[in-house]
Write a protein that binds this ligand. Sequence first.
Ligand code: SAH
Length: 248
Amino acid sequence: MAWYCSAVSNDALIDALLRADLLRTPAVVAAMRRVDRGWFLPEYTPADAYRDCPQPIGFGATISAPHMHAIMMEILAPFVLQRSPSTTLLRVLDVGSGTGYLTAVLAELCAAEDGGRSVDWQVHGIEHVPQLVTRSMDILGAHYPEWVERGQVKVVEGDGRDPVAVLGGEAEKVGQFDVIHVGAAAPAIPPALLQLLRSNGCLVVPVGEQGGSQRLLKCEKDSVGKVTVREDCGVQFVPLTSLQRQLR
Ligand code: SAH
């Protein structure tokens, strides 16, 4: 699927995504306006940073295309904004967080007041390339010093396929996260991530072979723990794999 929303500034990019009807939810639009994609691509010129295609970020990784970020955010927004009466701490996990761009957009959406009741929230990324962890934390720290200082926004180094090992005690119990975004393609829905999903939560994950046919899957867990999987669009993501394989 090709989209043509390229622009030369963040605002113009968001305008183009709105015109293409890829962005619809006002709180998502506001969050994506507040987070400038260019912050996360300092080595790129504006003509490239706001181009509607994936861009290499080193270490065999890419930042996803803006239209893909818009699609992901529109899928996840209802689950971030639902704020059910039982929610005391809204928790979001961004697996394969790369540049940290989507981690920041998810954090902005958690903090959105037009989401209804405001709640405490945390957005945690997991990324296995140590240099990307450092780079993304530096950028997040520069733009969101308070959130990063409080540990409300953080990127942890490790293998996202084994979140319990990475997050330790935090993840030991079943059903810890309301929203889980996976930014790399898994061969199948990762069972460990599905287990971490709370009732009434959503896991979105690209599934399929590298360079082959991949589908974006939306997995919703209902109040009794039953999971419904729906196929969204066809996609192209770098694989969710071992660091060794990725760097080969
Ligand atoms: N949403 C990110 C996507 C980055 S690309 C962005 O737009 O910036 C996918 C990322 O997943 C890469 O940074 C890659 O290093 C990471 N990744 C791949 N396999 C992983 C694994 N097993 N554990 C953690 N991170 C992984």
